[in-house]
Write a protein that binds this ligand. Sequence first.
Ligand code: PEP
Ligand code: MN
Length: 375
Amino acid sequence: MLAILHPDTARDSEAYRQTLHYLENLPGVSLRVHEIQGTRQRLTEIYLIGDTKSLEKEEIEALPAVERAIRISDDYRILGRHKDDRRHSGFSYNGVTFNQDNLNVFAGLCAVDVPEHVEIMMKALEDHGQVCTRMGAYKPRTNPYSFQGHGKGCLPWVFEKAGKHGIKVVAMEITHESHIAEIDTCLEQLGRPTGVMLQVGTRNTQNFELLKAIGRQSTYPVLLKRGFGITLNESLNAAEYLASEGNADVVFCLRGMKTEAGQPHRNMVDFAHVPAVKRLTRMPVCVDPSHSVGSREQSPEGILDVMHATAQGVIAGANMVLVDFHPKPEKALVDGPQALQLHELPAYLEDIQLCHDTWKKRRAIYQRMRQAEQE
Ligand code: PEP
Ligand code: MN
């Protein structure tokens, strides 16, 4: 059971004290208090864990500080979408909104290499009205002798350039909890010219200690990638680890599944799961067509498979696209063969917008149908 308190209920108010006193004395029930600071108000949610079967919703809703109660299932308590659950989805970070209705594109370098390429990339994004990018500084590589990313050494100039070009959010994978402090210290020293969304890669989806460490901070939102060899349920539980530690600002990213059956693509494209994740949870859903498809192959009409996969995800309602671009893919230190090229950016953005608009039109068709069914 989840008790949602009236917005801005003060902790030292009589209503809060009475409510907590009642809940704390319920036999076999323990409490977990979760605070969400929004732009306009602070929301307090109290999760009742344990023996809650016999509790009545009405009994909890009668408590002075409680606005409403929701009976929640065990799965994904905080991030899940439960019956009669009208809680908001999504969050805003550094002026950019992430929810299950809108769309943000994060085009950029798989791995940061030289300042010149970062500069060219960010300038192109700015010229096309983009305020988000992806930049890999810490790279998890299969081969220990492959380029591991520039790490914290590149952060100052990457963040400075982001600020210069009006980039508000940089998606950046971290592979160890110490990277959070490295990013935070650097941003602080520079006066926070940009923001960072901490990315958890597919190889770390079930690195529970890393998830807990990221979940304990709420300065940075998180982009959690689906594990490439585990079930969807297991990956959604991984996301819940972040929320259970206190950070519910999580975007869930589909990036394909590792199986021979996915060939000729690098991974089996799993973007039919976009609406499934939106139904099961309140997380905005991202698709990563680059790591799913893994090549620049194209179909006879001249559209790259990466673009087709993007279209599939966005037309099904995806809320974010994470995609590899590179000004000189032949010089890229990681994943050059799958990178889109800068001259492809305008057409690609136009295609994405077309698909997002089409998703909205599709949604309207079925909303009309549902309304007619009720009349
Ligand atoms: C990446 O986005 O650079 C990456 C390594 O992706 P994944 O974790 O999905 O393989
Ligand atoms: Mn990559």
